[in-house]
Write a protein that binds this ligand. Structure first.
Ligand code: NDP
Length: 250
């Protein structure tokens, strides 16, 4: 990384967020991250941990302010924190709505709004973690799917409204092996068969790892991506490039 970034990463306690924190830190960034629980054991001592719920605008503002006090103004924001409420519209309760839309939509909005004053003045990069589920609908995940479509659209608006000082892009992961992956496949009638079937649909021959997403985030925050903004980058092992015909039928 040519420039030393100050990176604020949401949801760094595990999974994709952990890989992003580890990668940006290894690249030399000053990093602050958050989650709703205690400081995770893997974090190096000089990474700032703030217990914060991104769905709460006061928490989001407090997280950004603490990161600013300790590390300086954010030059990178990665909106990674997300939850999955796996239900159809008919089954979704008002509490489900508050959780799903609160974290995945309002959280991205809260955090982006909190960093934009500094970024508009000094420059910055925002990377939002969307999903292929915001483009093609996963079964029984109605609000999750819609929340990710919101993230993709907000990505474009931030890029359009706040460029050239701020670049904003989204990474759209396919199936990445984290706790959310396990939660998703646990819903299948036969989870092992569902995993085998999904794997056969990946031209890359494997599911993704959190590092696969962190690699793309590292590129997007780098100067090498200085002409990339307002875009959604799908990283899914080719899953959504493939026809839905079953490979074993041919
Ligand atoms: P995990 O469930 O493994 O991790 C989610 C992270 O977000 C945790 O650190 C969690 O910490 C944090 N988090 C959740 N809610 C909040 C909140 N309200 N405030 C602050 N932090 C919060 O998920 P993944 O790593 O798999 O997913 C990361 C992102 O990638 C999500 O946006 C997800 O939608 C997206 N994604 C994942 C895919 C996959 O296959 N895994 C595919 C496509 C997209 P805590 O619970 O302690 O607060």
């Amino acid at each position: 990384m040519a420039e030393t970034h100050t990176a604020v990463v949401t949801g760094g306690s595990r999974g994709i967020g952990q890989a992003i924190v580890e990668r940006l830190y290894a690249d030399g960034a000053r990093v602050a991250t958050c989650g709703r629980g205690d400081r995770p054991a893997y974090l190096p001592d000089d990474v700032v941990w703030v217990r914060a719920d991104v769905a709460d605008p006061i928490d989001a503002g407090r997280f950004v302010a603490q990161a600013r006090d300790l590390l300086g103004p954010a030059s990178v924001l990665v909106n990674n924190a997300g939850v999955l409420v796996a239900k159809s519209v008919a089954d979704t309760t008002d509490l489900d709505w508050d959780l799903q839309v609160g974290v995945n939509c309002r959280g991205v909005f809260n955090m982006s709004r909190a960093v934009l004053p500094d970024m508009s003045e000094r420059g910055g990069v925002i990377v939002n973690i969307g999903s292929i589920s915001g483009v093609v609908a996963d079964l029984s995940s109605a609000l999750y799917n819609a929340s990710k479509a919101f993230v993709h659209s907000l990505t474009r608006s931030i890029a359009v409204d706040h460029g050239p000082q701020v670049r904003c892009n989204a990474v759209l992961p396919g199936w990445i092996m984290t706790e959310m992956f396990d939660e998703g496949f646990a819903l299948a009638g036969d989870p092992d068969a569902a995993v085998r079937d999904a794997l056969a649909r990946h031209p890359a021959g494997r599911f993704g790892s959190p590092a696969d997403i962190a690699n793309v985030v590292a590129w997007l925050v780098s100067e090498e991506a200085s002409w990339a903004t307002g875009q959604c980058f799908t990283v899914d092992g080719g899953l959504t490039a493939a026809s839905p015909l079953r490979p074993e039928s041919f």
